[in-house]
Structure formats: structure tokens, C-alpha cells
Write a protein that binds this ligand. Sequence first.
Ligand code: G16
Length: 486
Amino acid sequence: MDLDAVTKHSALHPKPNGLILQYGTAGFRTKAEHLDHVMFRMGLLAVLRSKQTKSTIGVMVTASHNPEEDNGVKLVDPLGEMLAPSWEEHATCLANAEEQDVRRVLTDISEKAAVNLQQEAFVVIGRDTRPSSEKLSQSVIEGVTVLGGQFHDYGLLTTPQLHFMVYCRNTSGRYGEATVEGYYQKLSKAFVELTKQAFCSGNEYGSLKVDCANGIGALKLREMEHYFSQGLSVQLFNDGTKGKLNHLCGADFVKSHQKPPQGMEMKSNERCCSFDGDADRIVYYYHDAEGHFHLIDGDKIATLISSFLKELLVEIGESLNIGVVQTAYANGSSTQYLEEVMKVPVYCTKTGVKHLHHKAQEFDIGVYFEANGHGTVLFSKAAETKIKQLAKELEDKKRKAAQILENIIDLFNQEAINDLVKKYKLSRAFVRPSGTEDVVRVYAEADSQVSWDSSSEKQESADSLAHEVSLAVFQLAGGVGERPQP
Ligand code: G16
């Protein structure tokens, strides 16, 4: 490790005085202008992680759903997973080290994590469409190079694409080819096959309107749409040609305002969906014939997927165990439905994909979704092998079911809140500090257990509880700025 070169280059990426940042829910996030030193240092750290794991490591430059002026960075571990918790601590130490301490912190990390410094390192880098992302990703590359790491800069990518590249490279291409074409080919093939199998005739899966949050999703979906030309026609909105990233659009806006994004026309029963700024969240929605808005958020997606998977398992007569993982934001009625009607065990973890992902790995089939639209389905290696074998061996309907399966392959409490919750029927509420924005998040639900759809009265109770809880937090925690408004 050429520590003199590190010191020389690090001085070109100075840490703003007094700035302390935490590797949070999804890496470092703050105003873009404060992140140059973090990017350079995460380039350094990615090299050490790569040497330690003898694998390719990913670095994604994005602040996802945050406003356009923010940016962020997260590291992707060898199997496309979020960075291991012990390395999150290393990341925080390195990002916050004073200039003169950077060398020492790097040496400490190498010793603590038993990094073989002679090992080669390879890092892949992706970035979203924020104006600040290109320059910041150059700082990552400088950090990688200074420590003698090799790199491949993919340029503009969605976050899921960067995870895919890392996994493909570390499995010698067995999972897929580590190129954007490889990504499109693999996913579109599975999608086309699945929809062929799931629908008996014609073209029922027809068309979809997609709100791209004025982000990277628009560029990438445009490239990808040719790959599923025989079936799905997509119409893009908020494609970045006019509006601002994540402003009045995108999955976070639609989920938190429970209404369509600006800039999208919706006719009744048209299928619509929204990505977030780095296209790793999705929520679906439609207007019914009466003009009512219906949101299919992560809770409903998890319910639909696990019901579908369960039906297929019953069909093939296999007893693979399915578990669903949610966070405390999951609507109580979705949890109740999954446990009582679907008879699927449901587990609750802290907010953050990394926590859900980890829990979901305990099952043959782990379905995990945050209500905000982050999620996926994990198949254990054993389940995957079994399903592949059954898809060859079984006959008729059972075989078809197996083939379909083959293709699918924090909170803190305060007494005051509990007292408020007691005032409302069937209610639940909690607060937690966001790990991606400088805010405290308040969640409330009321009277909503019997139905998916909240009538205006139910919505009023939930809104009123949310307001009361916000006021309590503001008063008890010494809130700054304007008092929460109803
Ligand atoms: C990130 C994380 C998600 C989390 C979200 C909000 O999403 O990946 O797991 O739900 O932040 O986190 P918080 O409530 O701590 O601000 P994204 O889409 O912004 O990367």
C-alpha cells in the first residue's frame, strides 16, 4: 500500500471541517457538495474489501429517492449484497478520519480485517443521472487507482444493474454476462417465458405506463424495451427530458402521497407503475372505473407474489418453506392476511434492504418487500436445484407449475406514542430517524385491519394519529423549524 500516494491524493479531496457522516440505511447520503472526500475514500475502501474477499466489489454513486441536490455512495459485496456490517463501521471511520489520520485508519482496517495487501483488487462502478454523479464517480476511481486497484466504470446504471454486474463477475458468468446486454437478455427472457406460461392465450399482459422519476430508469427501460418486444409495450413518463429528479413523481412520491405522479395521464384500469431515482423501487397503481386510486405497494406485491408461489408449490406437491419478511411500515392488514389466510410465516426486521435480505436467506423461498417498493424473492440453492429437477421430471400441469417457478427464480418507542395509539381503533404508530435524510419518519395506521382500502374516515383517523404523533415527537425531541401541520 503506497501510503505516501494516498496522502498526496487525499489532500486533493479534503474533508469539510467538522463534517461527520454515518454509513446509513443505504450508504452515505447528504448534499452532493459534501461528498467528494467520501467518494475518494470509498474508492480506497473498495480496494481493501476486494483484496480481503478476493472478489470484485461494486460502488454505486446515487442518492436514490433523495432530492436531486443530494448524492450518496454505497458499496456492493461479492454476491451483489449490501456491505457487511463490520465493513460499514470501517467505512464510517474512514469517511470521518481527519486528513492526517487517513493513512493510520487504512492500516488499522487492513490489520483488523486481515487484508492481504499483495492480493489484486477489482472494483466496478455505476452511477445515476444526477448532475453531480459523474464527477463524484471520478473521485471513487481516483481512490481505487491510488491503491493500485483495477476497475471497470459502467457509467450510467440503475442500482439493480450494478448489483447484477458484481454477482455475475464473482460467479464467473454462471449467473449471467456482466454487461447491460447480459442483464437485459437474462431478465427479459425470464419475463417473456413466465408471461407465456402464466397466460393461456393472446396478449393479456399488453401495456404498462411507467413513471421513471426523471431518473436513470428511463434511459435503461428504453434500452430494455426492445428485448421484450413480443408482448409488453411500455410507455414512459417523467423520463428526465423536462422535470426534476424525484420531484412530484417517482415511487416515494406516489407511496407517500397515495396519488399518481405529476405528468402521467391515467385512464381507468390502465396499469401504471413508478420507479424511484435509481430504479430499485417499484410500486404499481391504477384508477378504477369510479376514478378511485388503488396503490399496489410493497406489502401488496409481497402478498401477491407469495400467494402465487404458494399456489405453484401446492400444484407441484412440494413442501419448500416460504417466509415473508417485512418491516414495521408494513400495513397491519397485509401481515394479518399473509399469516391467517395464506398461512405464510411473516417476519419483521429493521428498515433497510440489507436486514430484510439477510432474514429472507433463511428460507427455501424468502419473499421480502418494504412497503416503499424495495424487494425481491430469494431462492435457496437447494430450492433452485429441486425446482429445476422437477421442471424436467414432472408431467403435465405439475411440470408447467415447476417451469413457472423455475422462471421466477426501527424503530424506537416512546410512552407518549403508545398513549396516543390507544385513542384510536385498530391503530399502530412508530417513529424512527431516517438513515438517508435529515428527518424523523412517522408512521401511523388506524382502523385499517379489515380492509386494504382505507375509506376517508379511516384515512382521517390515520392522518389525525400521524399528526398527534408528529406533534409529540416535535415537543419531546425538541424539533426545529415549523411545527408539524395536520
Ligand atoms: C433506502 C434503503 C431502503 C429504505 C429507504 C428509506 O432506499 O435502501 O431500505 O427503506 O432508504 O430509509 P430511511 O427510512 O432510513 O430514510 P433508497 O431507495 O433511498 O435507496
